[in-house]
Design a protein around this ligand. Structure first.
Ligand SMILES: [Zn+2]
Length: 49
């Protein structure tokens, strides 16, 4: 969760997804990707956004 009031966070890196990013995952093919919590499912979460 961001404490900033008025900031555009990074967006989910999944193709076609426009959700705000929540976490960084370690993707087996793409390495570290910043994604929303839905797309983080099934992947190793390495950091919060
Ligand atoms: Zn997503």
């Amino acid at each position: 969760m961001s404490s900033a009031t008025d900031e555009f966070g990074p967006f989910c890196g999944a193709l076609g997804c426009t959700e705000d990013a929540d976490v960084v995952i370690n993707h087996p093919e793409h390495g570290r990707r910043t994604v929303c919590e839905n797309h983080a499912e099934g992947h190793e979460v390495v950091a919060d956004v």
